[in-house]
Design a protein around this ligand. Structure first.
Ligand SMILES: [Zn+2]
Length: 280
C-alpha cells in the first residue's frame, strides 16, 4: 500500500476496543544517574514477573495491529509521519537501559494508527503506538512528539503497569502466574486475561509525575528540547474539551501543577539537552 493512499477511510472508522495507556519493564537504575529526582521503582511490581507482563502485552499489541491492519488504519512503513516517529525512537531507545536494564532485550516496535483519538502508549516490553489524532490535532513539533514518547516509554521503563497489576490483584495474580509456570494451567488464557487488564489500566497521579520527569530527561538526553514539555502540555490543556473518545486526555489531567512541575525541572536537564543536541 502506498503511503499516499493511507489512511483509506480518513482514519475515522477505527477505534480500539478501549482507551489505553500502558507500560512496564524491570529493575530501575539508581536515582544517582538521573538529573530529575524520582524515587526507586515500586517494589510491589516484583510480585508480578516482568516476563509474563511483557509477553501478555506483546500478544495484545499484535492483536491491536492485526485489527488496525484489517481496517487499513495501520500506517505503512513509508508513511512520513511514521518514519519521523521511528527516527525519534532511534534516538531514545538506546538510552532506555539507563532506567531499566531489561530494556536491552526488549523488541521495540513503533507504529502509527489512523484514528482521530488523541492517544499514544508504550506497552510493557517496548511496544509503542501513536494515533494520528494526537500528532495532527495538536500539531506537535518533533520536540513535543519526543516528549510524549519519552513519557510513554517512562511508564514502561519504570514498570508502572506491573506495579498497578500487583496492587489491584494483590498476590493473586502472582500465584496464578506461578501455577502457570509450574504447568498447572493454561498459559494462553492467562496471557489473554492479563492483556485485557493491561488495556484497562490507569496510572496513579504519582506514576504520572514519575513518567513526566523520567520522560523529560529521556527526551533531553536524546537531544530534544525539554522546554517542549511545557508547550506540549499547554496544547493538551487547550485540547481537553476534545470528545473524540476516552483516551489520553482522560488519563492525563493537564492542570497547572503538571506544567509548573515540568517548568521547574527543565533547567535540571538543560545541560544534557545542549550536550546531546550537537549530535542530532
Ligand atoms: Zn502517562
Amino acid at each position: 500500500m502506498a503511503g499516499a493512499e493511507w489512511p483509506a477511510a480518513g482514519g475515522k472508522a477505527w477505534h480500539p476496543r478501549r482507551a489505553f495507556l500502558l507500560a512496564a519493564g524491570a529493575a530501575a537504575a539508581g536515582p544517582g544517574l538521573a538529573q530529575v529526582e524520582v524515587g526507586e521503582a515500586s517494589r510491589l511490581r516484583n510480585l508480578v514477573p516482568a516476563g509474563e507482563i511483557e509477553s501478555a502485552s506483546m500478544q495484545e499489541y499484535g492483536r491491536m495491529l492485526a485489527q488496525a491492519r484489517q481496517q487499513r488504519a495501520l500506517a505503512p512503513d513509508d508513511y512520513p509521519a511514521l518514519q519521523r516517529l521511528r527516527g525519534i525512537s532511534q534516538r531514545l531507545i538506546p538510552l532506555a537501559p539507563r532506567w531499566n536494564d531489561r530494556a536491552r532485550q526488549w523488541r521495540w516496535e513503533i507504529n502509527l494508527i489512523g484514528s482521530q483519538q488523541i492517544n499514544a502508549f508504550c506497552m510493557p516490553g517496548g511496544k509503542i503506538a501513536f494515533f494520528t489524532g494526537l500528532l495532527d490535532k495538536l500539531a506537535l513539533t518533533e520536540d513535543e512528539t519526543a516528549v510524549v514518547m519519552g513519557h510513554e516509554m517512562a511508564h514502561a521503563l519504570r514498570e508502572h503497569a506491573r506495579a498497578r497489576i500487583a496492587k489491584t490483584q494483590g498476590t493473586g495474580i502472582g500465584l496464578s502466574v506461578l501455577s502457570q509456570l509450574l504447568g498447572l494451567g493454561q498459559l494462553g488464557d492467562l496471557a489473554a486475561n492479563m492483556g485485557t487488564q493491561l488495556l484497562s489500566l490507569r496510572f496513579s497521579r504519582d506514576d504520572e509525575v514519575d513518567a513526566d520527569l523520567v520522560g523529560l530527561e529521556l527526551a533531553a538526553r536524546g537531544g530534544y528540547d525539554p522546554q517542549a514539555s511545557v508547550t506540549l502540555w499547554e496544547k493538551m490543556s487547550r485540547a481537553s474539551g476534545d470528545k473524540t473518545g476516552p483516551a489520553f486526555l482522560s488519563t492525563h489531567p493537564t492542570g497547572p501543577d503538571r506544567i509548573t512541575r515540568l517548568r521547574e525541572n527543565v533547567p535540571k536537564v538543560q545541560a544534557l539537552y545542549e550536550q546531546a543536541r550537537g549530535s542530532r
